[in-house]
Unconditional design. Structure first.
Length: 74
């Protein structure tokens, strides 16, 4: 069980746990099948690295199930 930290609801994290293996498989399948390029990332002035908006949409789409089916994880 997760405990509250920084005002975040621990319950939400607990609810995600059963789906984590499916999402992990989908993300790993995506990374195995896609070539990432420097343009896929943005480095902020404070050194934080972020995905560019297009890649964010593609990765977020993994949770929709379409990408999971394509990678054989659904």
């Amino acid at each position: 069980m997760h405990s509250d930290r920084d005002g975040a609801s621990a319950f939400v994290f607990d609810m995600m746990e059963p789906e984590r293996p499916k999402v992990d498989q989908a993300v790993l399948g995506f990374l195995k099948s896609e070539a990432l390029h420097p343009a896929d990332f943005t480095i902020r002035e404070d050194g934080v690295v972020r995905l560019n908006p297009e890649l964010v949409r593609r990765v977020a789409g993994l949770a929709s199930g379409e990408q999971m089916k394509a990678h054989g994880t659904a």
